[in-house]
Write a protein that binds this ligand. Structure first.
Ligand code: 13P
Ligand code: SF4
Length: 303
């Protein structure tokens, strides 16, 4: 049954000249099937470069929007239109305009976990993989950082600038508590703790390494530690375990699951490819300024 489903998807991907991209938090079977898995930065770069006609984006809405902004000549399909990002929805264009009025002349750095309309009002975008470099690249002494206050706090540790945070957060990462990490550290004193910068500062304080989802794959491969406590969404475990069978990966909290990232199933991918209906399109008036902010980010080397 599942084999048949995969064959049908493969056949349609070929027929439609489509590429299937998956974020590192997607269900195991989606990651396994995808042509490319990655973090937000890697997937944006792949979307900008591919010569496929269609991009099937297994992730959440803002990611498909970014793909469409960077590749306007391609059809970008989001298998589940209801896969959103609560953090992205915490800032609207109206709210951002109010912030800009409060801080005239201060450049706006926008985490890619945001809508196209918000990106369009921003000076530059960033991802968790390049946020520090992006903020450093700006000549100003102060930046307004939206929407993730935890990532803003993390960046402020590394730059000689004032990073003014907006009060958004990722409900999944924000739920991880330092006590939960400490409990596991006590149980396994030999274990290292790696976490995503979307975690709250008290959790980041406990980390041996802080990085984007893709950064975690490199860290897991390179470290000599045999046990790693992982402070990010559980989807990351699939590849971590597959690529490092000799190491143990521990999820410190059962709350590390993003319901939106888990919506997409293989059945949804097949249906999306059959119907070609769930097209994510960004109107030109929004696309152009949003692309400027994304292009500016893509011109900066990774941290
Ligand atoms: P990265 O994969 O860029 O680290 O992003 C994490 C995330 O929360 C995406 O929704
Ligand atoms: Fe949004 Fe957090 Fe889910 Fe990523 S993990 S899509 S930031 S809610």
């Amino acid at each position: 049954m599942i084999q048949r489903l995969k064959e049908d998807i493969r056949k349609l991907l070929k027929e439609r000249k489509a590429i299937m991209l998956s974020h590192n938090y997607q269900r195991d079977e989606i990651q396994e099937m995808a042509d490319l898995c990655g973090d937000s930065l890697g997937l944006s770069m792949a979307a900008a470069k591919t010569d496929a006609k269609v991009i099937v984006f297994c992730g959440v809405h803002f990611m498909a929007e970014s793909a469409s902004i960077l590749s306007p000549d391609k059809t970008v399909i989001l298998p589940r239109m209801d896969a959103g990002c609560p953090m992205a929805d915490m800032i609207t264009p109206e709210k951002l305009l109010r912030e800009k009025e409060r801080y005239p002349g201060v450049p706006v750095v926008t985490y890619v976990n945001s809508t196209a309309e918000v990106k369009a009002l921003s000076d530059i975008c960033c991802t968790s993989a390049n946020a520090v470099s992006v903020v450093r690249s700006l000549p100003q002494e102060r930046v307004l950082f939206v929407p993730d206050m935890n990532l803003a706090h993390y960046v402020s540790r590394f730059v000689d600038k004032e990073v003014i945070p907006y009060r958004g957060f990722c409900p999944t990462h924000h739920l991880l508590r330092p006590e939960e990490v400490l409990e596991w550290k006590e149980r396994y004193p030999d274990a290292l703790f790696v976490c995503h910068p979307e975690c709250r500062p008290e959790v980041v304080d406990l980390a041996d390494h802080v990085c984007s989802t893709s950064g975690m794959y490199s860290f897991a491969k390179e470290t000599k530690a045999k046990r790693i406590i992982v402070g990010t969404e559980m989807g990351i475990l699939y590849r971590l375990r597959k690529e490092n069978p000799d190491k143990e990966f521990i999820l410190p909290s059962q709350s590390l699951i993003c319901p939106n990232m888990k919506l997409t199933t293989l059945e949804d991918v097949l249906e999306a490819l059959e119907k070609m209906e769930n097209v994510v399109y960004v109107p030109e008036g929004v696309r152009e300024p949003a692309k400027k902010a994304l292009d500016r980010m893509l011109s900066i080397p990774r941290d």
